[in-house]
Design a protein around this ligand. Sequence first.
Ligand code: HEM
Length: 427
Amino acid sequence: MKSPTGCPVSPEAAAFDPFGASYQLDPAEALRWSREQEPVFYSPKLGYWVVNRFDDVKAVFRDNITFSPSIALEKLTPAPPEATKILESYGFAMRRTMVNEDEPDHMERRRLLMDAFLPENLEQHETWVRELVRDYMDRFIDKGRADLVGEMFREIPMTVALRFLGVPHEDAKELRKFSVAHTLNTWGRPSPEQQLQIAEDVGRFWKTAQDILDRMYAEPTGEGWMYDSIRMHKVHPDIVPESYLRSMMMAILVAAHETTAFATTNAFRTLLSNRESWNDICENPALIPSAIEECLRVAGSVVAWRRIATADTVVGGEKIPKGGKLLIVQASANRDQSHFENPDNFDIYRHNAAEHLTFGYGAHQCMGKNIARMEMRVILDEFVRRLPHVHLVEDQTFEYLPNTSFRGATSLWVEWEPAQNPERRTR
Ligand code: HEM
């Protein structure tokens, strides 16, 4: 078997399956062989060049001209004609949305819409995020057992995203379901039957996005990032066109919701499986921010992203032809021993943990990274004070939504002894 450049494909590269169990369970481990032997390889099953080492992944992220992000949201599994028909019946016409835009449009728009994401403008949200977290914890704190994903982690990031955007909360339940459909639709290998259901869900998501926008147009002084974007559209219709707003509404809900829900799930699982680290942050909550970075490094929620080569080029010594598609595996880069000492050790005191590539890098680096970090910090802070004795339920099985890029268990069961709760609710 040969790659598009005519080079032989190694047996490991030929066998690589990003929808198989080993990649789903632990992508960094599944690609250890590649980091060690063949850091850039062509995957015939995927039709992508897979990039694994830290320096190569960072270099690809950094150069968004040679490596265009235009395919970042392309469907990995083409839709059958019936699914396309369903989407057409909803008038589905998703446009590029920041994350997959080329320059110079991307940067012009990013600059106009960035203000609300700056750390100094996020501070105002922390009080209500903390209140929200405490409310969710109150619902189960006396029970002694909970599935943190179902009872809390899946809901909080959506609620936070909606409030940040200014979208009414009554739409949350439906939107949450839609965003899962969008993930499978974009990065998954859905069966033909699933494709039809997904097309329905995505189509309804598209319609709901417009209904919400219509309601927002009617309130010119509304607060939230979508309102800011609507106002920017009125001042700069060429840079923020109307059609862009609808696509962006859909894309940002997905960007903000599952990424943060999974990152929080992964962080709790990692910290509770490393009891010494958990005990350290309980004793000294000032360690939480660095513990979060280490969790994002070893168990990030976005494990791989995509780019396409706009010219013949070379990555990690491997020739990539113009038009070559790249899967850049952040999870693998984050475990590269040439950048992180003893990369498989979980170490909340690691000096360079924050250099992980989970949020991407360069011109497109995640705009919401500080929102995600704040949510995770507040959740952990409340847990170490109110439920320091929480532990994982033993022998539970973890399941994942099969896809290349978004990773997090669909449930996380924990237990504790309510009689030992240090506090119920104090304000
Ligand atoms: C882009 C990861 C949370 C909004 C991205 C990218 C990644 C990512 C990998 C692409 C970066 C690149 O191409 O270089 C994550 C992770 C999150 C998270 C791991 C949680 C732990 C959020 C949240 C929001 C958000 C909470 C919004 C409230 C965005 C936006 C972009 C983006 C708007 C596009 C930026 C651009 O292309 O200029 N994110 N994200 N993300 N993310 Fe996040």
